[in-house]
Design a protein around this ligand. Structure first.
Ligand code: HGY
Ligand code: MN
Ligand code: MN
Length: 441
């Protein structure tokens, strides 16, 4: 069974236009207009192919093949469609588009089988159902917490977290969900792209007993596959991460009339903290652990006022949880010491986290065997980026497939993957899905 590669590439190029920053990367935050437009584009194609659509209160979308039946377990594939600010055209959406292309291909074969065409598989061959999934707020661009949609369906986040997670304007996740643009009721063929189901933790949790396998296809976002000339990555471990938010409070004052010796400058303090965090993780002899201060705000943010308050995030990632905590705790201790020496107030809050984890070994081995059978140049590798798969993997057999990122770039407008690799990745996803669907459940 072969995917329709022209359709795949057309969908990918269409979807990259749904951005708030045209000409400067893809910016498509969950629950915004571009998100709604991308959802509509995907759901139109799924509904046209006779698929079922279910959207939950966190706006995760599950789409089912028309031949799915309640007595079979589910093989699921998917990812996310939200992006970072000025991100790339493939992160997340490539895995969703790949899962959609698999869905459309299976639906075409199902139509032929239903029409009695014996040259394709008979529906009885399919020992499992197929679903695709779109997780909401994976990037955390609104609320600073990655994998938010999948953290709710797995019970990592509870109903009270709806009121704890806040966006940059101070709005809670609950408020943002309540304000979602409801489609035009009068226009009966307008698709609902958001659900208005009231959040009830009992409803949001998935029944993982019905899911046999979860697969996520994704760009690597690093340099390994591209530099080694390989087509496919089969993911072994996904790094964990821990995020803290630091607030430094100094004394605002006139930039010209205040001598250096009597300043309590929150930004100079922050600058020392940033370099300290870098120095601490660079001391790791494994040279694996990473720390990033990617978000920083200054108040009142005027060139002629000594910064009164600075807020910034620190995130640390590694494949060893104890190491993440050891290094983050050192960074926290150093930040407190720097602030105290400069007599600047310092408040540090834990913001979000996810544990490192190994994906399912038996599934990984099956995928390796399939890659060998297909003659693919592949490598088993780790993921420094987190993915919704690492939340789902705590409950069902989960696997990830990577394709190369040119020059290892991602989360930037330069993010790119060549067409041949994009096609190879989705074809391999279809092969793995079929392998899982025909396996006796
Ligand atoms: O941050 C990450 O690793 C992912 O891109 N959300
Ligand atoms: Mn991603
Ligand atoms: Mn990302």
């Amino acid at each position: 069974m072969k995917i329709n590669k022209e359709r795949l590439l057309e969908m990918l190029h269409d979807l990259k236009e749904f951005t708030d920053t045209p000409g400067n990367g893809v910016t498509r935050f969950s629950f915004g207009v571009q998100d709604a437009t991308a959802r509509e584009y995907i759901l139109e194609r799924a509904v046209e192919a006779g698929c079922s659509v279910d959207i939950d209160a966190l706006q995760n979308i599950r789409i089912g093949l028309k031949t799915n039946s309640p007595d079979k377990d589910i093989v699921m594939a998917g990812s996310h469609i939200d992006t970072v600010r000025h991100g790339g055209w493939l992160d997340g959406i490539y895995g969703v588009c790949g899962a959609l292309e698999v869905m459309l291909t299976l639906a075409e074969y199902a139509d032929a089988a239903l029409a009695g065409d014996k040259s394709v598989f008979s529906l009885d061959d399919l020992k499992a159902n197929y679903e695709m999934v779109i997780f909401s707020e994976e990037e955390g661009s609104n609320f600073g917490s990655t994998m938010t949609g999948s953290k709710f369906v797995t019970g990592f986040y509870k109903e009270e977290d709806l009121g704890k997670l806040r966006d940059d304007k101070g709005k809670t996740l609950r408020q943002r969900l309540i304000e979602l643009p409801v489609t035009d009721e009068e226009d009966e063929d307008s698709l609902d792209v958001y659900s208005m189901d009231y959040f009830d933790s009992g409803e949001i949790l998935w029944d993982f007993n019905e899911i046999k396998t979860m697969l996520e296809l994704h760009i690597e976002q690093g340099p390994v596959l591209d530099s080694e000339g390989l087509s496919i990555g089969i993911v072994d471990a996904i790094y964990g991460m821990r995020v803290i938010e630091v607030t430094l409070t100094g004394v605002g004052n006139h930039a010209g009339a205040t001598p250096m010796g009597i300043r309590y400058d929150a930004l100079c303090t922050a600058a020392e903290c940033v370099l300290a965090a870098e120095e601490i993780v660079k001391s790791d002899e494994d040279e694996r652990i990473v720390a990033t201060i990617g978000k920083l705000s200054v108040f009142p943010d005027c060139s002629n006022v000594i910064p009164q308050e600075v807020k910034f995030t620190v995130e640390v990632r590694d494949k060893d949880e104890a190491k993440i905590n050891e290094y983050m705790d050192s960074i926290i201790e150093r930040i407190y010491n720097i602030a105290s020496a400069r007599r600047v107030g310092c408040v540090i809050n834990e913001h979000s986290k996810s544990s490192p984890l190994y994906l399912t070994k038996s599934l990984r081995n099956d995928m390796e065997k399939l890659a060998k059978d297909k003659g693919l140049a592949y490598k088993v590798m780790d993921s420094g980026a987190v993915h919704d798969a690492c939340m789902i993997a705590n409950f069902v057999d989960t696997g990830m497939i990577f394709v190369p990122s040119i020059d290892g770039r991602s989360h930037v407008p330069e993010e790119n993957t060549n067409e041949k690799d994009l096609i190879t990745g989705v074809q391999f996803l279809l092969d793995v899905v079929l392998n899982e669907m025909k396996t006796e459940v």
